[in-house]
Design a binder for this molecule. Sequence first.
Ligand code: ADP
Ligand code: ASP
Ligand code: MG
Length: 411
Amino acid sequence: MPIVVQKFGGTSVADAAKIRKAAQRVINAAKAGFQVVVVASARGKQTDQLVRDALELNPNPPKREMDQLLSTGEQQTVSLFAMVLDAMGHKAISFTGFQAGFLTDSTHTKARIKSIDTQRIHKQLDAGKVVIVAGFQGIDEAGHITTLGRGGSDTTAVALAAVVGAESCEIYTDVEGVFTTDPRIYKKAAKINKISYDEMLELASLGAGVMHSRSIEFGKKYDVKIHVRSSSSDVEGTIITHEVPEMEGIVVSGATIQKDLAKISLVGVENHPGSAAKVFHRLAEAKVVVNDIMQTEISPEKANLSFTIGTSDLHSAKEAIEVIKKEVTCDSIFVREDIAEVSAVGVGMRNHYGIAEKMFDALAKAKVNIDSITTSEIRISCVVDKSQAEQALTAVCDAFDLDKPAEQRMQ
Ligand code: ADP
Ligand code: ASP
Ligand code: MG
């Protein structure tokens, strides 16, 4: 029997009526001949509430305990979901991440999946039950509960779809699909019908919160067809799939803004082999995920080294800096927390020119100063002042016509 994975995000299971509606979709898929695996998130804004509860008691809570706490949000949803299906006359069983076979590494609050033992899931599916798995969590080798990072239920769903060989992974959320940018910020954003894994991966890594970036890595690696769609309508959403030649005709597919960033700069670092290695060794040891790195030589003896990180890693990074100061000589170190990064992404950038110029010109006209610039083959990112973040995003979206559907932007 074919398998489908259906993932319901927080807003899609926020109250009893919404869980019933989600359950009806599951039953429809089962009636259409599918074995159904459901992945559910914590209800509504419950994860945010749990984070607030923790911070009220301890401003820097132990990460292991954070995982222990946050994992309970999804555990509540899955049992409620199973109860609703039971009430609707359908056999179902709920599993925590651990019960569903998710083994992860031990990086608490942003663990990576190491393996998934699907035996238990298959046994229940074969017994005619819908299997409901708590998103965003697993267990490490020592038996500690771990979580996969905020938004990680998408990764649970796509990884499961890969290992059970599902026909597709349906991501039900509060928007009709992936848009050219966050429609909450840029109201005119256009829905994207089809997008490549590579573009979606860049968008997700650069702040498009609609999908967890690790989920796209799994999707690409294991060829999972991902369909992002609305839980409140039947409108076709966005298909995330392999790149096809016509996608290169669209220069910029989407834009993002990332506000939860900090930039650390080491000014006048000793310019000889091993300096950068020492800095990043200590950051890696502290499990800090570094986004962009910029280094420039300012004299034969000295260089300026800057890097950006997520603000959730700032505490660990500052601790690592205290060690680095003792090992690497530099004139000064400063941390900026008042920054944001605006990015434009598109596979079409590979074979079109003038894209950087257009983006910088749009920011100049919007009177947004660019602090630093980084690029990859398919993206351009500019660090700007946080107070101008939305202004910067709007300027970039307008410049690349991101209010228009893709067909009208083909070149
Ligand atoms: P869920 O709880 O279903 O996982 P999320 O809040 O994680 O939902 O993701 C959906 C939200 O992502 C949308 O409400 C939207 O505001 C935001 N978002 C950010 N960037 C985009 C984008 N490019 N396209 C669509 N939604 C986006
Ligand atoms: N509940 C978690 C969060 O809010 C995971 C998820 O929803 O994907 O981040
Ligand atoms: Mg999400």
